[in-house]
Design a binder for this molecule. Structure first.
Ligand code: ZN
Length: 199
């Protein structure tokens, strides 16, 4: 909050800047979290794209969503993204689209993560047998605070993947994937929609 805040009709309310989802708008030391916010560590973040409101009487910050802005990602949404990094305990995903939101752009929430325990119902020992960098995945949002996704379930998982040897698009063969160019065989946590391009 800075000195340019304009006063609203209710004199105890000050309208602040327009923020995107996830943006830090204050700290718990200074303010109470109100509607449209969430707390992560000691910071208060915006849950929506909207205007920050400060109720000065009770030192409470809230975010008033703006209408006619691009859709934001919500818990339960099905999203499609690209795997950017595979670590020991999680795969990182850049979200590219939200199912049901067509070609409209959306407020990008940043990099999401699929924890090793959320890849599939069965225990995963080696995450590199489930995902690889550049894979296109379909996943469900299960936690907004730290943007966690799950690919557990038949329709969720890898939608498209390239051969780690030669880069050619892999095709489904039995329960795994095979490179039509070099014959390399690879494993992934596959979506039942693999290769269809249908979200
Ligand atoms: Zn190949």
């Amino acid at each position: 909050m800075d000195g340019s805040d304009k006063q609203m009709q209710d004199t105890t309310q000050t309208q602040g800047p327009l923020v995107i989802p996830g943006e830090i708008i204050g700290t718990r030391e200074e303010y109470e979290p109100g509607d449209g916010t969430y707390v992560h560590r000691s910071d208060i973040h915006s849950m929506n794209a909207g205007y920050v409101n400060l109720d000065e009487n009770i030192r409470r910050l809230s975010v008033e969503p703006v209408t006619n802005t691009p859709p934001t990602i919500n818990k339960g949404d099905i999203v499609v993204g690209t795997v950017t990094n595979v670590r020991d305990t999680m795969a990182l995903v850049q979200i590219d689209a939200i199912k049901g939101q067509g070609e409209r752009g959306f407020v990008n929430p940043g990099i999401a993560a699929i924890h090793v325990s959320n890849i599939k119902e069965a225990y995963v020992k080696d995450i590199s047998k489930e995902f690889a960098v550049t894979d296109v995945v379909k996943a469900k949002v299960i936690n907004m605070e730290n943007l966690r996704l799950t690919t557990s379930g038949n329709s969720l998982g890898v939608m498209a993947a390239n051969c780690s040897n030669c880069g050619v698009a892999l095709v489904k063969e039995n329960k795994g994937l095979k490179c039509p160019e070099c014959g390399n065989k690879e494993n992934r946590k596959l979506s039942s929609d693999f290769g269809t391009g249908i979200i």
